[in-house]
Design a binder for this molecule. Structure first.
Ligand code: NDP
Length: 454
């Protein structure tokens, strides 16, 4: 066997979803792999994002379920919630998951390098005092919270710090109406905090189907979440009692915590990309082609650091793509980003796959809209106005279903299944021929018969 020119075939910088997946996949295909990580393995999704957030969504929803149960004759009193106990249990599970990641990597003979990786040259990565060389390198360092500058930012917290709070804030101001702002607002409201959202425009969730986003915003309002639209934070002051005063253009809000949810930025700081001449975009994201390859032939980048579609399952695919193209049977796997389903885990969740009405318009398509707005059976015994909206975009000539959107309970689970149909290019007629499961909300997607006026 020929002697290796480098210490490794592949070094992965960053032990989050994309990094771990590419390292495991490459090792399983026979490559000699090392991965470096400066914190615990798991990255944003496992440690500071999707997983702890979803646990909080579940945790917060029980109070709402108890209220619904009363419509069914139950006499259950909500006494209190032990935030600290919940946080400790959650943290224990996250540590278990992080440990599992390490075990999975070790079982595939992937070398774990502890510390921050940075470039020395095209084939050399520094991890602490150690210099390691590799034929190929994948950058998978993810992103980190970003917020605008104003006086008193030091009195605010970001999404990472939110997960570490030892006590649930009774009053909360959230800045930003994207994925994180909306999800945190709903779960904190269900945990019975007083929630204020400050957004710089009128509506939340830019980029989602605007009718669905507006519908969700109304539901959030009816839950008692306070919206402060067309406002920017000018200053945050700390009061003597530890509370904060948030000052916008037109008002002041007293609160116990200010959570910034104004987006994330690629975490390229300290990577020393200049040493190799790796190109980045204005946003700081690493520029890659459809093979996730940077402008340097042997260096690749996957996940949020490339700011393509910042979702865990996308990073996983990109990680597998690079490993497959380098060490697998194929070398021509190009990423495509159409029909990727996603969900905002608001309460109720907003889930989507394919084109929005706005996108179909922008593309000049000739299309029909089918929709259904209803009160789910589960809520018909009570007085609360909990409702669902389902919407389908169909191309008129080809009859292809181009987009599905839903605001309502279980929408994430429902859209995941229907995403397969969209990926397979299903037409409206295929949907019509499909028998519904009765009684469910999901059956609406196969029983909508008449297009509505646009
Ligand atoms: P988003 O990009 O989703 O939303 C950012 C929000 O901040 C928007 O409301 C935006 O307003 C506002 N904003 C941006 N800049 C400013 C500014 N200078 N001043 C005031 N407001 C501003 O970011 P998030 O932080 O919510 O989430 C980051 C990413 O994390 C998401 O893009 C998503 O990819 C991922 N994520 C995915 C989740 C999921 O899949 N369920 C859950 C959580 C996060 P405007 O609309 O006006 O631009």
């Amino acid at each position: 066997m020929s002697k290796r020119k480098y210490d490794y075939d592949l070094i992965v910088i960053g032990g989050g979803s994309g990094g771990v997946r590419s390292a495991r996949w490459a090792a399983a295909l026979g490559a000699k792999v090392a991965i470096c990580e400066e914190e615990r393995f798991g990255g944003t999704c496992v440690l500071r994002g999707c997983v702890p957030k979803k646990m909080m969504v579940y945790g917060s929803h029980f109070a709402d379920d108890v209220i619904t149960s009363r419509d069914y004759g139950w006499d259950i009193e909500i006494k209190s919630h032990n935030w600290q106990e919940f946080q400790e249990k959650r943290e224990k599970e996250l540590s278990r998951l992080s440990g599992l990641y390490e075990k999975m990597l070790s079982s595939k003979d992937v070398t774990l390098l502890r510390g921050k990786g940075s470039f020395e040259d095209q084939h050399t990565v520094r991890v602490g005092d150690q210099l390691v060389t590799s034929e190929n390198i994948i950058i998978a360092v993810g992103g980190r919270p970003w917020n605008p500058d104003f006086e008193g930012t030091e009195h605010t917290i970001n999404s990472n710090q939110f997960f570490d709070l030892k006590k649930r804030p009774q009053r909360v101001v959230i800045n930003g109406g994207g994925f994180i702002g909306v999800e945190f607002a709903c779960l904190l409201k269900n945990f019975s905090s007083e929630v204020h959202i400050i957004i710089r425009k009128d509506t939340i969730l830019r980029g989602f189907d605007s009718e669905c986003a507006a519908y969700l915003q109304e539901q959030m309002k009816s839950k008692g979440i306070h919206f402060h639209t067309s406002q920017n934070i000018k200053e945050v002051k700390k009061n003597a009692d530890g509370s904060q005063l948030v000052i916008t253009e037109s008002q002041s809000i007293e609160t116990d915590a200010v959570i910034m949810a104004t987006g994330r930025e690629p975490y390229t700081e300290g990577l020393n990309l200049k040493a190799v001449g790796i190109e980045t975009m204005k946003s700081g994201a690493i520029t890659v082609n459809e093979y996730s390859q940077t402008n340097i032939e042997n260096i690749f980048a996957v996940g949020d650091v490339t700011n393509r579609m910042n979702l865990t399952p996308v990073a996983l695919q990109e990680g597998m793509q690079v490993a497959e193209n380098l060490y697998g049977a194929r070398n021509d796997w190009a990423m495509t980003y159409d029909n990727i389903p996603s969900a905002v885990f608001s309460q109720p969740p907003l889930s989507t796959v394919g084109l929005t009405e706005e996108e179909a318009n922008q593309q000049g398509l000739n299309f029909e809209i089918y929709s259904s707005e209803f009160r789910p059976l589960k809520y018909t015994l009570g007085e609360r106005q909990k409702r669902s909206l389902m919407k389908m975009i169909v191309e008129k000539d080809s009859r292809k279903v181009l987009g599905l959107h839903m605001v309502g309970d279980d929408s994430a689970e429902i859209i995941q299944g229907f995403a397969v149909a969209l990926k397979a290019g299903a037409t409206k007629e295929v949907f019509d021929q499909t028998i519904g499961v009765h009684p469910t909300s999901a059956e609406e997607f196969v029983t909508m018969r008449e297009p509505r006026l646009r």
